[in-house]
Ligand binder design. Structure first.
Ligand code: FES
Ligand code: FE2
Length: 406
């Protein structure tokens, strides 16, 4: 392993994308230690609602509790280790293991073991193990470390003013897509941190300016017109945001804090409302108390596993959940106003079209890289200027791994 001699500005050495031992280390050092995006409150709207979440060797239950918070429980029965809940989501009172019916309260306490006359052990020693859970601006995060990184509340303080006005607590899930990408989780995240490849996204290019990560100096000639249009649209978006009191400034701390974040509000092409062919709204219902559909996209990246687009009419959340060294589950969830009616206020196919296509294109790109990393002739390649956020992600990762190894 070559963490100490990492060549800045270059992709990682192949084993970081292919080696099962390094994958296990990633699971301990990154997914076992840091705040991981789990779901939004729209996925668990009522007390008793839960989702189960698997990544690497871990399986978690994220349960909406009676206090409006979340209980995060390891989904590992304290009898003989069976998965307690097996559905990806549902509603439950007590949690009953399907193997021998050990029964746990929503807090994870063992309240019943159906072995007559044999309850000689101390039940309080066999509660489901708990992890940390936090809700911020309607997004649910979990952390498996005994002592989670302490700067997360600062990260939340950064994103709450941007995301709060979209009021995720008043949204519902319109659609959820789970795809398995044949690629290491870091390749999934790297791919998402740049738009150098955005020529490969014809549907997205209708509304998303393909100038992301570029500057006046780095803009290629074929994008000069788009750049000009983008600048004008951005100026008018910022004018509206100032009028409405909505933050839009870029905050970029992807590798300068443990809870790495990038957030901004950026203009969309065309009508500037949503991810449609002409940039017009995809749902007729505005989210929360937003004053206008023309709010571009509020986009957020969080290390290590999530990114988000928040628009006036809908929100899309993305979570990457590693399966093994060469496979990653990517979960995309479309949220609309909770009073929006399918077929009346939005058409599900049209709402989801752009990002369903984009996700499939990204999956193909990631898989091409994974195949390359497996070749004995793979060598680390240089990140371009427009890929500075990829470098920031890798820098964040390498720093965290070094800290973990000590
Ligand atoms: S393994 Fe869960 S009750 Fe036996
Ligand atoms: Fe992409």
């Amino acid at each position: 392993m070559r963490l100490d001699t990492r060549r800045a500005g270059f992709s990682l050495e192949a084993p970081f994308y292919t080696d099962p031992n390094l994958f296990n280390l990633d699971m301990q050092a990154i997914f076992g230690q840091h705040w991981v995006f789990a779901c939004s409150v729209a996925e668990i709207p009522e007390p008793g609602d839960y989702v189960t979440l698997d990544y690497g060797p871990y399986s978690l239950i994220v349960l909406h509790n009676d206090d409006g918070g979340v209980n995060v429980l390891h989904n590992v029965c304290r009898h003989r280790g069976a998965r307690v809940l097996t559905d990806p989501q549902g509603t439950t009172g007590n949690l009953v293991c399907g193997y021998h019916s050990w029964t746990y309260s929503p807090e994870g306490d063992l309240i019943h073991a159906s072995a007559p006359g044999e309850m000689t052990f101390d039940k309080s020693c066999y509660a489901l193990k708990r992890a940390h859970g936090k809700i911020a601006a309607g997004l649910v995060f979990i952390c498996l470390a005994e002592e989670p990184p302490t700067d997360f509340h600062e990260t939340a303080k950064i994103f709450e003013p941007y995301i709060g006005p979209h009021e995720l607590g008043k949204t519902k899930v319109a659609y959820q897509q789970n795809i398995v990408e044949e690629g290491n989780w870091k390749l999934v995240m790297e791919n998402n941190r740049e738009c150098y490849h955005c020529d490969g996204h014809p549907e997205l290019a209708c509304s998303l300016f393909p100038t992301w990560g570029l500057t006046d100096e780095t803009i290629p000639p074929h994008l000069e017109d788009v750049w000009e249009r983008n600048q004008q649209a951005q100026a008018s978006l910022e004018y509206r945001c100032r009028r409405y009191g909505l933050p839009y400034e870029v905050v970029e701390e992807l590798d300068t804090r443990v809870g790495g974040i990038r957030i901004s509000r950026e203009s969309l092409d065309g009508a500037g409302e949503s991810f449609s062919a002409d940039g017009r709204r995809l749902s007729k219902k505005l989210l929360g108390d937003l004053p206008d559909f023309r709010l571009g996209r509020c986009s957020m990246h969080l290390q290590p596993n999530s990114w988000f687009h928040l628009l006036g009419d809908h929100v899309i959340t993305f979570g990457a959940y590693p399966i093994n060294a060469h496979q990653t589950l990517v979960r995309t969830t479309w949220l609309v106003a909770d009073d929006a009616v399918e077929g009346v206020d939005y058409d599900l196919e049209t709402l989801t079209h752009t990002w369903k296509q984009t996700n499939l294109q990204d999956k193909a790109f990631v898989e091409l890289c994974q195949q390359g990393a497996a070749s004995p002739f793979y060598e680390q390649g240089p990140y371009m200027k427009s890929e500075y956020q990829v470098e920031a992600f890798i820098n964040w990762y390498v720093t965290r791994m070094r800290e973990h190894i000590g």
